[in-house]
Unconditional design. Structure first.
Length: 306
């Protein structure tokens, strides 16, 4: 294919603020406020930023788990925002999500084989019980589990194993694109490395494309081809991962990088981060102020000047 697999243009997702007995609308939160980016097939774009910057809302808006108010999400030449619910379901096989919390994203009343098989049934990819069982066993083996694990319930597994089950469920429809919503943030550091290695291996083997959402720049440095920095609902800087870590352009990016632990800084004073992230409420920052938020974007392979 030519061009990017996913292209996002002018994405806006705002949430109304209501108060009183009659829930009168008094304002709105600009969770995502005009985001543009592209992701090439087989690559990983990471979105980073503090909690509340709009990262997760971007991921869920792409899948229309949250309906955006404006913008285009063009996946493989098809604008997902303009699709009807019936037409969108046909695209769901190609686009899946891995949620942040493996303890909350798996139904505790279902056995693992039922959790992994559900997309197969819903999307009509397999109907015979023997076919479904064989596919589930193959998916569990693909993420480092066994076919016998399919008979167990989620509470019988550790956090890392539960996230492997979530990955197997996401892969059951043979997707091309995965939204990874902080898939390792709820796990121990040693388990994080195992899950990241698994995801990297699956990407190389299956040709997957990732939108990797994280607040952990140390994790992003190991998995991302390109990195986008979210601030107050906007994408303020996007560049190749190596270039962004070596020569960050935006002050907010530099602040995030300065917060990373660094052995070379041992014993030396650091400049503390001052102030707070502004409130995303509509009335707090008017449109003129928002237009003045600088955006730095580099094309793939573009060199940074000193």
């Amino acid at each position: 294919m030519t061009g990017p697999l996913l292209r996002v243009e002018g994405l806006r997702t705002w949430f109304p603020i209501r108060e009183g007995v009659f829930q009168r609308r008094v304002g709105q939160v600009r969770a995502v406020d005009g985001v543009d980016f592209e992701i090439d097939a087989g690559t990983t774009l990471a979105l980073v930023g503090e909690s509340g910057s709009g990262k997760t809302t971007v991921g869920r808006s792409l899948l229309r788990l949250i309906e955006p108010q404006q913008g285009r999400v063009v996946f493989d030449g098809v604008d997902l925002i303009g699709l009807s619910r019936a037409a969108l379901r046909a695209q769901r096989r190609k686009i899946q999500i891995i949620f942040q919390d493996p303890y909350a994203s798996l139904n505790p009343r279902w056995r693992v084989r039922e959790l992994v098989a559900e997309p197969l049934r819903v999307l009509g990819l397999a109907r015979a019980r023997s076919e479904i069982d064989a596919r589930v066993a193959a998916l569990l083996a693909q993420v480092g589990l066994t076919a016998d694990d399919g008979a167990k319930y989620p509470h019988e597994f550790s956090g890392g194993q539960r996230q492997r089950i979530s990955i197997a469920r996401a892969l059951s429809g043979n997707p091309e694109f995965l939204v990874c919503d902080e898939p390792t943030s709820a796990l121990d550091v040693s388990v994080q490395a195992q899950i990241l290695n698994l995801m990297t291996e699956l990407q190389a083997r299956l040709g997957l494309t990732y939108l990797f959402i994280s607040h952990n720049l140390a994790v992003v440095a190991h998995v991302a081809d390109r990195v986008g920095v979210m601030y107050l609902g906007r994408l303020v800087e996007i560049a190749d991962a190596d270039a962004l870590f070596a020569h960050p352009r935006h002050p907010y990016t530099r602040m995030l990088l300065d917060a990373l632990p660094d052995l070379e800084m041992t014993g030396r004073a650091r400049t503390p981060v001052a102030g707070e992230v502004p409130n995303p409420l509509e009335d707090f920052l008017d449109s003129a102020d928002r237009r003045n938020v600088a955006v730095v974007q580099l094309a793939p392979g573009e060199r940074l000047s000193d």
